[in-house]
Design a protein around this ligand. Structure first.
Ligand code: G
Ligand code: G
Ligand code: MN
Ligand code: NA
Length: 256
């Protein structure tokens, strides 16, 4: 099918874009970091959703080059933000890494080479991977994550709660950050079952020394509940949608 060829070409020609969604610190209301999300505007079809092209990229193996492209683009952008706003103002960027990439690529070497090329500290990059990615090959992925963390790169478990054996990963896996899937936030009501579960997860993560980020905050009620539950970091349309690099850059100068 043509879409595969065109996606491959878009990666080669740098015809994709990264957009950056702010992650906010609820205690200070300041910008904590960004999640980088790939955007593809096809010349005839217009906007193609990552929900369509990421699975296609995974099936066809294009994900390896796409993943390398995303890491390079994020590192290049961080370099440019450091140069413009200074080292103190620049914030870390989360890059999504597919489980397939762990199977087909040397992700640790890829990250090391890329941060060296752009002269940025590992602390400026965080990777996000899903529970289901880990499940595919827990032993190998655990080894690679250990390598990656030696670079100062933090590891976030994405879509937390949607896979299996969450508690098992929490205690065995070399991770630093838990991202609560937005489907849970959508179902959250003051005092409901989910509210009790997330309260417990927040406490658990805090006591394990993991950061927790709640995704999909869409209104002030969500924010209030998460604050009551002691969540420190939040992300969602209530604060901002994913932004083009230029607009994300503008956020470095002040509060969100
Ligand atoms: O941004 P949006 O909600 O449309 O993204 C849909 C899905 O695609 C999300 O699960 C997101 O993690 C994934 N995604 C977006 N950009 C990337 C990327 O650069 N790499 C990988 N592996 N997944 C991505
Ligand atoms: O799976 P992952 O967490 O990487 O997915 C990120 C996706 O979620 C992005 O494509 C982004 O557009 C989407 N997203 C971010 N914030 C919100 C939100 O508040 N509500 C909804 N419905 N989607 C969101
Ligand atoms: Mn993500
Ligand atoms: Na998620």
């Amino acid at each position: 099918f043509h879409l595969e060829t065109e996606l491959r070409r878009a990666v080669e020609r740098d015809d994709l874009e990264l957009h950056y969604q702010p992650i906010i610190d609820l205690k200070t209301m300041k910008l904590k970091g960004f999640e980088a999300l790939t955007r593809w505007v096809h010349k005839d079809k217009g906007f193609v959703s990552p929900a369509e092209f990421i699975p296609l990229a995974e099936e066809t193996g294009v994900i390896v080059d796409l993943g390398r492209w995303a890491m390079r683009t994020a590192c290049s952008q961080i370099r440019s933000w450091i140069d413009t706003y200074g080292e103190e103002k620049a914030v870390p960027v989360n890059v999504n890494v597919s489980g397939i990439q762990f199977a087909r690529d040397d992700v640790a070497a890829m990250i090391r080479e890329t941060i060296e090329e752009f002269g940025i500290r590992g602390e400026m990059i965080r990777i996000e991977l899903t529970e289901s990615a880990i499940m595919a090959n827990p032993t190998r992925i655990s080894e690679v994550l250990t390598e990656i963390r030696k670079l100062g790169v933090k590891v976030a478990l994405d879509d937390f709660g949607t896979g299996y054996s969450s508690l098992n990963y929490l205690h065995q896996f070399p991770i630093d950050i838990i991202k609560i899937d937005r489907s849970f936030i959508a179902q959250l009501r003051k005092g409901n079952e989910l509210y009790k579960i997330l309260t417990m997860i927040s406490q658990l993560a805090n006591s394990l020394g993991h950061e927790v980020v709640a995704e999909g905050i869409e209104d002030i009620e969500h924010q209030g509940m998460l604050r009551d539950m002691n969540f420190q970091f939040v992300q969602g349309f209530y604060y901002s949608k994913p932004l083009p690099a230029k607009d994300a850059g503008d956020l470095h100068s002040g509060n969100v």
